[in-house]
Design a binder for this molecule. Structure first.
Ligand SMILES: Cc1cc2nc3c(=O)[nH]c(=O)nc-3n(C[C@H](O)[C@H](O)[C@H](O)COP(=O)(O)OP(=O)(O)OC[C@H]3O[C@@H](n4cnc5c(N)ncnc54)[C@H](O)[C@@H]3O)c2cc1C
Length: 347
């Protein structure tokens, strides 16, 4: 009960303790992967959409200018997630929506551990709390078939919100209501077409090679991203008769994971988010190292770093794709002013 003070003690007969879900922020992971690739010579082009692809190139559209270009390539890998079938119609996906609620951690007695609540009628399915470093806790998640056109931003439905509250509340000391929900977000799992309930479809990844050599990698987990990349590159090397040395992914750290000492002035929070780069995030202007607000530990200096070193171009990049502030509309409104100032100072 000391570790999980937000849990309802009635009828509690025991507990088990484990360590899982240590990803600090998926936005940070994706940014770190892109920057690490750039370190090894990749050219990373954001806001560029592939319109058509073959095994030997792609037609792309620049989202800023609208210009289209033809790119030639020795190999092409289609890694567009739930949109993969738009580039290769031979792929058949059956998207499944996963929705999370966002609450302030204080609504759960500031519990900093995950609590799993079993979903009635299912074996091995849970709704769980996921405490974040910024004082919020996510509660997820659903698994709902999501056919039809793929939206850019899927949204939570009312029945999903009810399901999540109804499943988690019986194990909590204090009942959460809709008033406690400060945000919601949803994503679509790119599951390969199969019979049965979407929650039963395999979460393993698939690598598919088209007759012209276009390789598609789809499905899988964030946790297995290196294995997915390795399998996709191996398939592309085979399909396009390329030569390549042995895979070095297992021993290649991402930026920020080097053992170089970080600046001692950097806070533990910055070190968790930026690793050995934490010192570089600190601003020479001490006022930019202060949290944006009592509810928002992100500092303006983090926005500066994103604009200078992480390819962020606008406010949405800062609030949605370099941090996750945008998940809470009220926090977004507060941070938007600071983000706008940072963008205009940089441009
Ligand atoms: C709700 C939910 C919960 C999940 N929970 C977990 C979890 O707890 N643990 C775990 O390990 N995994 C989890 N996953 C799975 C994980 O998020 C995915 O496996 C992972 O994001 C897949 O990565 P991806 O790069 O293949 O696709 P995506 O992350 O979808 O990336 C595809 C990218 O391609 C871009 N794109 C699309 N079309 C084009 C185009 N035509 N041209 C250019 N770019 C394009 C998109 O903008 C996007 O950035 C979860 C997924 C969901 C939806």
């Amino acid at each position: 009960m000391q570790l999980a003070p937000g849990v309802r003690p009635d009828d509690l007969t025991g507990a088990s303790l484990g360590w899982d879900g240590q990803l600090v922020d998926d936005a940070r992971l994706v940014t770190a992967i892109a920057r690490s690739a750039a370190l090894y010579g990749a050219k990373v082009l954001t806001r560029v959409r592939a319109i058509e692809t073959t095994g030997a190139g792609a037609r792309v559209r620049d989202g800023l200018t609208g210009e289209e270009h033809d790119l030639k390539a020795r190999a092409v890998i289609n890694a567009t997630g739930v949109w993969a079938d738009q580039l290769d119609p031979r792929i058949h996906l059956r998207p499944s929506r996963g929705t999370h609620l966002v609450v302030r951690s204080t609504s759960l007695s500031s519990m900093d551990c995950v609590v799993n609540a079993p979903v009635p009628g299912h074996f091995g399915r849970f709704v769980f709390t996921l405490p974040q470093l910024d004082g919020t806790t996510y509660i997820g998640l659903t698994d709902e078939p999501a056919g039809g056109d793929v939206p850019d931003i899927p949204t939570a439905t009312d029945p999903e919100i009810d399901f999540l509250l109804d499943t988690i509340n019986p194990v909590l000391a204090t009942t959460l209501t809709r008033d406690d929900i400060i945000g919601t977000y949803a994503g679509l799992r790119p599951l390969l077409e199969a019979d049965g309930d979407t929650s039963d479809i395999s979460r393993r990844h698939a690598v598919l090679t088209a007759p012209d050599g276009l390789v598609t990698v789809v499905g899988g987990k964030l946790t297995t991203y290196r294995r997915m990349a390795q399998d996709a590159v191996d398939a592309a090397v085979r399909a396009r008769s390329l030569t390549a040395g042995p895979c070095v992914s297992a021993t290649t750290p991402l930026v920020g994971a080097e053992s170089a000492p970080t600046n001692r002035a950097a806070s533990a929070r910055l070190v968790r988010r930026y690793g050995s780069e934490a010192g570089a995030v600190l601003s020479g202007d001490p006022s930019r190292n202060q949290p944006i607000s009592p509810d928002l530990p992100t500092t303006p200096a983090e926005f500066d770093f994103a604009l200078q070193h992480e390819g962020a171009l606008d406010i949405d990049d800062l609030l949605d794709r370099r941090t996750r502030i945008g998940l809470v509309p009220a926090d977004r409104a507060v941070a938007e002013v600071v983000a706008a100032e940072a963008v205009s100072a940089y441009s």
